[in-house]
Design a binder for this molecule. Structure first.
Ligand code: THG
Length: 283
């Protein structure tokens, strides 16, 4: 199943037949004081820099999250998204739960951005799915519902099914739904990784849709987060995830290696090309 995301000039295909798609997470003010301040002050030079760095590191798509407390997302999301779309060729992923902010950004962006996200709560399904239908864009569906994030894989798979079904009722095809099985930190609950991986396998088996993960969440609160993020991403790729919102600067090399090991890189050309372009300078 192919999910197509586009900028004005570039198409990105998310598919289990192709290489894993890297969605750069870094335009997100959560835990980043400098970016939060820049967004509040309208200092967009810093945002441009982060966009360019992520693309140079191998990001295929850039996540845009402007969720700073006290800012008007309906005003800021389209502004920042437009600016990034004029700075890089990559398609964008609009990271907001605010329906009006999503619609305002979709109205000004070229191409076919990925919307992040809808979830199984009634209020979210009713607000966001009509926007997805109107703009004919793909959307990430988070497997949470009115009772919160389920602890078990059974309920998460059921919520995924509910999102797909409700979308179908509006005429939104399965290829426009990317399911996010959600990962919580293993710092709080050591079974959190296993529940997510089981959800990945079962959603793939039962629905065949594309699967995204926010792959840096798993390590919150633990030392040496990078090692946990790397191990988790490799396991998630093995289980059938097809894209991730993650740090492209730190994780693209692991992703290229995992694609090669999973038989998704003919002759290792992407892995070798990445190494050639990013190897440490020798002098
Ligand atoms: N699923 C979907 N969307 C998501 C998430 C998800 N969007 C938000 C989040 N989760 C994914 N994005 C991030 C962005 C940053 C970090 C984690 C997840 C992060 N930031 C560092 C911190 O807070 O310590 C700071 C990073 C830095 O300084 O570079 O870890 O699950 N669909």
């Amino acid at each position: 199943m192919d999910t197509i995301v586009k900028s004005e000039t570039k198409d990105v295909k998310i598919s289990s037949d192709g290489p894993f798609v890297v969605i750069g997470e870094k335009i997100n003010p959560t835990g980043r004081k400098k970016l939060a301040a820049a967004l509040k002050e309208g200092n967009f030079e810093y945002v441009k820099q982060i966009a360019l760095r992520q693309v140079a590191a191998g990001a295929d798509i850039l996540d845009i999250n402007v969720g700073v407390p006290g800012v008007d997302e309906v005003d800021l999301l389209p502004k920042v998204a437009k600016l990034v779309s004029e700075t890089v060729d990559s398609p964008l992923c609009l990271d907001s739960a605010n329906r009006d902010a999503l619609a305002a950004a979709l109205a000004v962006l070229p191409g076919r951005p990925l919307v992040n996200s809808v979830n199984g709560e009634e209020a979210s399904l009713e607000a966001v799915l009509p926007v997805i239908k109107e703009f004919d864009v793909p959307v990430i569906g988070l497997v949470m519902h009115d009772d919160g994030i389920p602890n078990d894989a059974d309920t998460r798979v059921a919520v995924a099914g509910k999102i797909i079904e409700r979308a179908a009722k509006l005429g939104i095809p399965e290829e426009n739904i990317v399911i996010d099985p959600l990962v919580l930190t293993v710092g709080a609950d050591s079974s959190a990784g296993a529940v997510t991986l089981e959800t990945v396998r079962r959603v793939k088996e039962e629905f065949g849709v594309n699967i995204n993960l926010g792959a840096s969440n798993v390590s919150f609160g633990l030392p040496d987060r990078h090692t946990i993020n790397q191990a988790f991403l490799a396991l998630a790729m093995g289980a059938g995830a097809t894209c991730a919102i993650t740090d492209p600067i730190k994780l693209t090399t692991l992703i290229r290696a995992s694609d090669l090991l999973l038989g998704k890189d003919n002759f290792g050309s992407r892995y070798i090309g990445y190494w050639r372009d990013h190897k440490p300078k020798e002098d």
